[in-house]
Design a protein around this ligand. Structure first.
Ligand SMILES: NC(=O)c1ccc[n+]([C@@H]2O[C@H](COP(=O)([O-])OP(=O)(O)OC[C@H]3O[C@@H](n4cnc5c(N)ncnc54)[C@H](O)[C@@H]3O)[C@@H](O)[C@H]2O)c1
Length: 271
């Protein structure tokens, strides 16, 4: 794995971020966990959510890790909330936790996702529903709750996790491709309507990133070679490389950017 994942840190610091409060959904593991720990290491207070109690352990682990690090700025704190992104009331619970614990909300990352597989002719209704419920409806509900608060409090930034699959077909992932294309169009729709309130909405479209979601590529014969054959930079990406784009979009340095999508895919959307 060391051969193709670049573990060097992302050094960028944005001076407007320390002291802000942000939410990351689906953050018990994977990219969401990394986003939360990186934000907190830059002085951002973070509420992380996920389906199970594991998210509470993750929050405790990140706080412990931060307490052992020497940082350039005082670190933020992370709290966990058990919340299902398909339920709007769970997003409201998450917002309440952010306000009660940290006094407000400035950023929200709709990160939770599922990546089901089936040939398009065989996609069961339940799979199609789940793909849309989590990836697309979860993003809608999260954005509604976040922007509902932000528009009355001076604005904010929302970042939605789309995928290269929203731009280029991944064989056997018809429900995911379709749901993530919906996530992207939803992001653009929200951006157009929320500009009046200084709420910026952008998307990030990762390619193959090294998380539990892509472990199958290491396990199936020939899958890694096939995947890398479609990546001009010839390697799988690291979560921290996606974070670099997310961080920029959340910061005031992106203050004139809304309704955009940054691809972090080693160029694979073109192949
Ligand atoms: N890993 C990749 O290569 C890749 C590429 C493109 C896009 N993405 C997207 O990035 C995001 C993060 O992916 P990851 O690779 O870290 O995946 P992951 O599977 O490691 O993490 C996804 C998290 O979402 C949580 N989740 C699922 N359903 C949920 C629900 N209903 N409510 C709350 N949480 C829920 C899971 O429990 C899990 O912790 C996803 O939206 C994914 O689609 C990933």
């Amino acid at each position: 794995m060391e051969n193709y994942v670049n573990h060097s840190p992302i050094e960028a610091q944005y001076p407007d971020l320390p002291g802000k409060t942000m939410v990351v959904t689906g953050a018990a593991q994977g990219m969401g966990r990394l986003f939360a720990s990186q934000l907190a290491s830059r002085g951002v207070n973070v509420v992380i959510t996920d389906l199970s109690d594991a998210v509470l352990d993750t929050a405790a682990e990140i706080n412990q890790e931060l307490s052992e690090m020497v940082l350039q700025t005082e670190n933020g704190r992370v709290i966990g909330v058990v919340a299902d992104v398909t339920k709007k009331q769970d997003h409201e619970k998450t917002l309440s936790a952010a306000i009660e614990e940290f006094g407000g909300l400035h950023g929200w990352i709709n990160n939770a996702g599922v990546f089901p597989e089936a040939a398009s002719l065989d996609i069961p209704e339940s799979q199609f529903d789940l793909a849309f419920d989590v990836n697309t409806k979860g993003t809608l509900f999260g954005s509604q709750v976040a922007a509902g608060y932000m528009k009355d409090h001076g604005g904010g930034a929302i970042v939605n996790m789309a995928s290269v699959a929203a731009l280029r077909i991944r064989r056997g992932r018809g429900s995911y491709n379709t749901a993530k294309a919906g996530t992207l169009q939803l992001s653009y729709s929200l951006a157009v309507e929320l500009g009046d309130f200084n709420v910026r909405v952008n998307a990030v479209a990762p390619g193959f990133i090294d998380t539990a979601m892509t472990q199958w590529v290491h396990e199936r014969e020939g899958a890694l070679d096939h995947a890398l054959g479609n990546v001009p930079l010839h390697r799988i990406g690291a979560p921290v490389e996606v974070f670099a784009a997310v961080l920029f979009l959340l910061s005031d340095s992106a203050r004139y950017i809304t309704g955009s999508c940054i691809s972090v895919d080693g160029g694979s959307r073109h192949v």
